[in-house]
Design a protein around this ligand. Structure first.
Ligand SMILES: [Zn+2]
Ligand SMILES: [Zn+2]
Length: 223
């Protein structure tokens, strides 16, 4: 079903897309921000294959080119969110490897990751993430997403999806207390401080930490 497309073509289409977001569609801007050398051969190939149209030095995506670029941009930006939100890396660390991002996530699991992350609308650079099928479906199932513990009500039980690794020692500490993906926790108290029950243990945490623990909302059980 998927036609093989060369990396050069993908890089060019990504550049056309990101330039369009900034309101530019001239060959010079597109060539200078593309992560590949934009040659006349490459442009001619993209045109022949039906990905772009050219009018003087202006480049536009065709519907096919737009769909192809959208898929890549979506993977790239979802992968950035995954790396920043779940793996806890900084934007600077993200940027140094940015061109490899879309390869981090296989196309087949992008919807699962998008769902895990709660269908994010923007990447860490605040650029829009194109909607996937899962995001559109989600509009009708508002509860089936991940939320942070500070959004639970006292007495709610929920299964942990992940702990944001923004602070690695915090992840280790929570994990040593039994809070790790897959375990069910119960929010025991919210005021004056958060108390989370995990098995027989009650763990007092600051709100900042409660915000870093993400649980599946659809597993939420009140009581
Ligand atoms: Zn980004
Ligand atoms: Zn989604």
């Amino acid at each position: 079903m998927h036609k093989w497309i060369s990396q050069e073509i993908i890089e060019l289409l990504e550049s056309v897309w990101t330039n369009e977001e900034k309101g530019a569609n001239d060959e010079e801007s597109i060539a200078s921000s593309a992560k590949t050398t934009v040659t006349e051969d490459l442009l001619a190939e993209c045109e022949r294959e039906g990905y772009i149209t050219r009018n003087l030095s202006e480049i536009e995506l065709t519907p096919l080119g737009r769909k192809t670029a959208e898929d890549v941009i979506r993977r790239h930006r979802i992968a950035e969110r995954l790396v920043v939100d779940v793996l806890g890396m900084t934007l600077e660390e993200v940027e140094s490897d940015a061109c490899e991002f879309e390869h981090l996530v296989a196309p087949g699991i992008i919807e699962a990751i998008c769902t895990l992350l709660g269908h994010p609308r923007t990447c860490p650079h605040n650029l829009p993430i194109p909607e996937g099928h899962c995001c559109r479906k989600h509009e009708h199932h508002l509860d089936s997403v991940v939320t942070s513990v500070d959004n639970l009500n006292v007495g709610d039980r929920a299964r942990v999806a992940y702990v944001s690794a923004r602070n690695y020692s915090r992840v280790q500490k929570l994990s040593s207390l039994g809070i790790s993906p897959g375990v069910t926790i119960r929010l025991h108290q919210k005021f004056p401080g958060f108390v989370i029950q995990c098995d027989e243990t009650q763990i007092a945490v600051e709100k900042e930490i409660a915000k870093d623990i993400f649980v599946w909302q659809d597993d939420k059980v009140t009581g």
